[in-house]
Each structure stands twice: as C-alpha cells, then as structure tokens.
Design a binder for this molecule. Structure first.
Ligand SMILES: Nc1ncnc2c1ncn2[C@@H]1O[C@H](COP(=O)(O)OP(=O)(O)O)[C@@H](O)[C@H]1O
Ligand SMILES: [Mg+2]
Length: 273
C-alpha cells in the first residue's frame, strides 16, 4: 500500500486501561465484557492481557492463542499495524486478543519499550485497545496506565478493596493522572457494611459507574469461557456493561466535538441516513 493510502486507513484509537488495587475484583470480567460490548457497536477492539504473569483473558474467552506478548517482544523492531496482526487471536465476537505469555516466568521477557510499541501500534488499527492490567500500579502496569487515555479503576465494597482503592485514586491525582480516571463499583449491591451511595464521598470520586452483583452468572461465564454480554445479554450485569460502553463512546464524542472529528470513528456509531 502506498504511504498515503496507508495513512488514510489508520485510526487513532483510544487506550482504556482497567486496573484495581488487588486481584479478584473483576478486572478481567470487565475488560472482556466491555470489549465485546464495544465491538457490538461495530467498533474495532483489541484486548491486551496486561497481567503478564497470570493473565486469564484467553480463559475467559475460551481462546487458545498461538502467539503471545512474549512473541511480540522478539519482533519489536519490525512491528507495525500489519505485522502485529500475526500475534493476535481473533474471538468470534470479532474482538482481537493479544494474549499474556503462557507461563509466569516468561513475563520477565516483556520490556517497557515493547509494551509501549505494541500499544502505539495497536491504536493505529483499532477504535479501542482495552488493557486488563495486573493488580496494583507498579512496574509495567504503571507504564500502561501512563500511556492510557482512560483508566477504569474497579473496586467492590470490601474494606480492603476500598482502603487500597482510595490510595490508588490519591496516587493518580498526585501524579497528575486524576483527570483520566473513572471509578467503577463492581458488585455494588453485594452484602456489605459499606453502602454504594457512600462510595463517592468516601473515595472522593464523582459519578462512579456501577456493576451489579451476580455471582452465579459471573462464575458460570468465566468457567464456560463465554462473555456474559454474549451468553446473558439481558442480564443485569450485561445491561450495566452495555450502558458503560455507551457512556465511554459518548464521552469520547463530546471530547472530540470541539476538536476535528475523526470520521472513521464517528461514522461507525452515528446512524447514517
Ligand atoms: N459483578 C459480579 N458479580 C459477581 N461476581 C463477580 C462479578 N464480577 C466479577 N465476579 C467474580 O469475581 C471473581 C474475580 O473476577 P475477575 O474478573 O477474575 O477479577 P480480577 O481480574 O480482578 O482478578 C470471579 O470469580 C468473577 O466471577
Ligand atoms: Mg484477572
């Protein structure tokens, strides 16, 4: 393809990083289902499994990847929006997955430069690149969060999660990343001493988004490897995630409204008559 033609087909996708203070909160469930929900809006979406040691995006989507992020590291110099397609695995929903290495010790081979190049390359051919990060905000997760356009911080109502989420949110504000943070309260109606309505003031976060508690469906979907928004599209959890996808898209339209609109993106989601 000629250089000019190539440029024309390029997108400038957004990176959404999903993070939490500790494991077991719902990062993978959210990353996978949000990605599929966005792809159902006819958008191009790739999930990067950024939990390089114990990533389980492929498990949650019942995929057997041939290549992983480790293989991308071997090719960093020759990486472009075409070559990176050799390393992703396509899900039936059309979401692409850049899998985590198959063994935890291989995570050591992942480099910061490689991650940054991988993300910069993926945004050229996607509307959204969703990264399911490892727990906490250290190491490679911090690099991914710095690179992200939007950070979804997910918590539930357990005291340990809330205490550490508060610390994470404070840290983001201190390092000047508060603007791109969106708080997600998962399992907001779970039994707990804390009430969901106390969360905004407790964590100093306005307008959190909420995902209801549905342990049976959530664990069933994880065990079967079928995202809830596919197998249980009408469930309360799926409805919350579809709504979130819409909010994410409309926030972007509002942001881009004042600027020059990106036709490739806007055309896909606005009805054409
Ligand atoms: N909204 C929810 N309702 C009930 N259970 C949930 C919900 N979200 C996640 N879970 C359950 O919590 C556990 C951890 O979810 P997971 O997405 O693997 O977390 P993480 O990636 O943060 O470690 C899983 O067993 C999952 O089924
Ligand atoms: Mg996970």
């Amino acid at each position: 393809m000629a250089g000019e033609e190539q440029q024309k087909h390029r997108k400038q996708g957004k990176i959404i990083a999903v993070c939490s203070a500790k494991g077991g909160i719902g990062k993978t469930l959210l990353s996978v289902n949000l990605s599929v929900a966005l792809s159902k809006k006819n958008l191009d979406v790739t999930i990067v499994d950024g939990d390089f040691q114990f990533g389980d995006v492929c498990l949650a989507m019942d995929l057997q990847p041939t290549f992983t992020m480790k293989d991308v590291m071997d090719e960093v110099d020759g990486l472009n929006e075409y070559t990176i397609m050799n390393y992703v695995t396509r899900h039936s929903s059309s979401v692409q997955v850049l899998a985590a290495p198959e063994r935890p010790e291989l995570a050591d081979l992942i480099t910061s430069d490689g991650i940054v190049k991988g993300l910069e390359t993926l945004v050229l051919s996607n509307d959204y690149v969703v990264v399911d990060t490892g727990s906490g905000i250290q190491g490679h997760s911090l690099e991914i969060l710095e690179k992200a356009d939007e950070i979804l911080v997910i918590t539930n109502l357990e005291m340990t999660a809330l205490k550490n989420t508060k610390l994470i949110l404070e840290t983001f504000r201190q390092i000047g990343m508060g603007e791109k943070v969106q708080l997600i309260v998962n399992r907001y109606n779970m039994e707990s001493l804390m009430k969901a309505e106390d969360i905004p003031s407790m964590l100093g976060a306005e307008n959190p988004m909420y995902i209801p508690n549905n342990f049976k469906l959530a664990s069933q979907s994880m065990n079967l490897g079928i995202p809830l928004v596919i197998s249980q599209a009408k469930s309360d959890v799926s409805k919350a995630i579809f709504k979130m996808a819409e909010q994410i898209i409309s926030k972007r339209i509002v942001k881009e409204d004042g600027k020059k609109r990106k036709k490739s993106f806007i055309h896909k989601i606005l009805p054409t008559h």
